[in-house]
Write a protein of this length. Structure first.
Length: 445
C-alpha cells in the first residue's frame, strides 16, 4: 500500500519510569506512591514490585542501543518525580537529574527524539502525605517540578507531555481503588481531576515562559459502543463516553466539563467557578492519544455511579488483558478528535497489546498476534491520516516487557522480552516487524 506517512512522521516506542527503571530509591531518590502501593500486600499480582523491573536504571544505554537497532525516530519515557525532587518540592537531587540527562544525550547521539512525560502516576510519597492531588497546592508543586526539569532538559527535549492519562490517575486511583493510591471515594475524583488539569495548565504556563518546543497531555481514549440498540444501552454508552473520553479533553479545549458528569457524580460534583474553569482551558500544542481498544457498553443500574459497564465480547479476539482487538476504533477515535476539537496535532503516544508470548527460540520470541495487532493499528492510523487527521507520530506500548501496574509482570506488552531472571532483553518478531515498518516509512504494513 502507498504509505501515507510523511517523512518526518515519528516512529517511537513508549515506557514509563516506575515500570522499567527499578532502583526506585537509588542515588537519593524519594519513594513514590507506587513504591508504597506495590509493597502493600494484596495490591499487585504475584506480590511483584518495581524494585528491579527491567533494571533500566543500570541498562539505559543498552536499551538506547536496542532503540537504535529498531530505527526509532522517537522514544517516549517518563521521569520519576521523586528522583528529581525526593521530597516532591525543594531540594533537587542532581544524581537523579543526571540519569535523565545521560539518557537524553544517548538518545540524541543516536538521532532519536526524546518525548518526555513529566508524570506517569508516581507521585512522591512526601507529597501524598500532604494530601497529594487532593491538596489545592498540588498544581503549584507540579509546576515547580516541571520548571526544574524544563530548565535542565529543554535544550535537548523537543516534545513534552505533562501528565499521562489523568483519567487513570483519577478513577482507578481515587474512585475504584485499583491503582495507587488505592482510594475508593466518590467525592475525591472530581477534585483530583480538577487539580490535575490545573497542574497541567500551570506547567504549560511555566513552559511558555522558558520552553522553546512543544508540550501537551496524553489521554486514554476508547470509543464507547452500545451492546444493544436499546435506549438504556445507548444512554449508558453516551454516559461512559463523557466519563472517559470527554471529561478531560472538553475541560482542556472548551474550559467546561461535560454536563453528564454532574449527573454521574450527583452531590459529589462540586460547583466549579468560572475563574477555575477558565484556568483549566489549556489545550497545549498537541494531544497524546493512548489507544488500546473500544468499550462495548451495557446499562448497569447495579454499577453506580456510572450505571454502565464495559462488557467483554464473546465473538471477538481478545488480548491477555481481555481487551478486544478493535483497530477500527483507532481510526474512529482519531477522526472524532479531528471533528470535535478542530483537528489538533496528534501523537499516538501508546498503542500495543499484551499476549502470552512463548519462550525464546534461538534468541527470538515468536509473537505473531502482536505483529497482527500492530499491523492492523498502524493501518488504522494510516486511514485516519488519509482523511486529514494531523497525526505526527506513533509510539508502540511498549519497548520492553515491564511492570504492568496491578498485574505485575504477568502481562507483557514489549517488543523485547525481558528475562524474568537476569533481565536479558530478547527481540520478539514484532520488533523485527516494527523495524521494517520504520525502514519503509510505513509501507511495510
Ligand atoms: C485502557 O488502557 C489505557 O489506555 C492504558 C494502557 N496502558 C496505559 N494506559 C498506561 O499508560 C501504561 O503505563 C500501561 O502499561 C499501558 C498498558 O496497560
Amino acid at each position: 500500500m502507498a504509505a501515507p506517512f510523511p517523512d518526518d512522521f515519528l516512529w517511537g516506542a513508549a515506557t514509563s519510569a516506575y515500570q522499567i527503571e527499578g532502583s526506585p530509591l537509588a542515588d537519593g531518590a524519594g519513594p513514590s506512591i507506587w513504591h508504597r502501593f506495590a509493597h502493600t500486600p494484596g495490591r499487585v499480582a504475584g506480590h511483584d514490585t518495581g524494585d528491579l523491573a527491567c533494571d533500566h536504571y543500570h541498562r539505559s544505554l543498552e536499551d538506547v542501543a536496542l532503540m537504535a537497532e529498531l530505527g526509532l525516530s522517537a522514544y517516549r519515557f517518563s521521569l520519576a518525580w521523586g528522583r528529581v525532587l525526593p521530597e516532591g518540592r525543594g531540594a533537587v537531587n542532581s544524581r537523579g537529574l543526571d540519569f535523565y540527562e545521560r539518557l537524553v544525550d544517548a538518545l540524541l547521539e543516536h538521532g532519536i527524539q526524546p518525548m518526555a512525560t513529566l508524570y506517569h502516576w508516581d507521585l512522591p510519597v512526601a507529597l501524598h502525605e500532604r494530601g497529594g492531588w487532593l491538596n489545592p497546592d498540588s498544581p503549584h508543586w507540579f509546576a515547580e517540578y516541571a520548571g526544574t526539569v524544563f530548565r535542565a532538559l529543554d535544550d535537548r527535549v523537543p516534545l513534552w507531555i505533562t501528565l499521562n492519562e489523568p483519567w487513570v490517575v483519577t478513577v482507578p486511583g481515587y474512585l475504584d481503588g485499583q491503582l495507587a493510591p488505592g482510594h475508593r471515594d466518590l467525592f475525591e475524583p472530581p477534585r483530583v481531576a480538577n487539580h490535575l488539569l490545573l497542574a497541567h495548565a500551570e506547567a504549560v504556563a511555566a513552559y511558555r515562559a522558558l520552553g522553546r518546543h512543544r508540550i501537551g497531555l496524553a489521554v486514554n481514549l476508547e470509543p464507547q459502543h452500545p451492546a444493544s440498540p436499546s435506549p438504556a444501552d445507548l444512554e449508558a454508552a453516551r454516559r461512559r463516553d463523557a466519563f472517559i473520553n470527554r471529561w478531560f479533553l472538553d475541560a482542556l479545549v472548551f474550559g467546561r466539563y461535560p454536563e453528564e458528569l454532574a449527573d454521574i457524580f450527583g452531590p459529589a460534583w462540586p460547583e466549579f467557578s468560572a475563574e477555575s474553569l477558565a484556568k483549566i482551558r489549556c489545550p497545549g500544542d498537541f494531544i497524546g492519544v493512548n489507544y488500546y481498544s473500544r468499550g462495548l457498553v451495557r446499562a448497569a443500574p447495579e454499577a453506580p455511579p456510572l450505571d454502565a459497564i464495559r462488557i467483554t465480547p464473546t465473538d471477538a479476539e481478545l488480548t491477555a488483558m481481555d481487551w478486544e482487538v478493535y483497530p477500527e476504533g483507532l481510526t474512529e477515535t482519531l477522526l472524532w478528535l479531528r471533528d470535535r476539537y478542530a483537528n489538533p496535532p496528534l501523537y499516538i503516544t501508546e498503542n500495543g497489546a499484551a499476549f502470552d508470548d512463548p519462550p525464546p527460540r534461538d534468541g527470538l520470541v515468536e509473537d505473531p498476534r502482536r505483529v497482527a495487532y500492530l499491523r492492523a493499528h498502524i493501518r488504522a492510523a494510516a486511514t485516519a491520516l488519509e482523511q486529514g487527521v494531523d497525526l505526527r507520530g506513533y509510539c508502540v506500548w511498549s519497548l520492553l516487557d515491564n511492570f504492568e501496574w496491578a498485574e505485575g509482570y504477568s502481562k507483557r506488552f514489549g517488543l523485547y522480552q525481558v528475562d524474568p531472571g537476569d533481565r536479558t532483553r530478547r527481540p520478539k518478531t514484532s520488533a523485527c516487524f516494527y523495524r521494517e515498518v520504520i525502514r519503509s516509512r510505513g509501507a511495510a504494513v
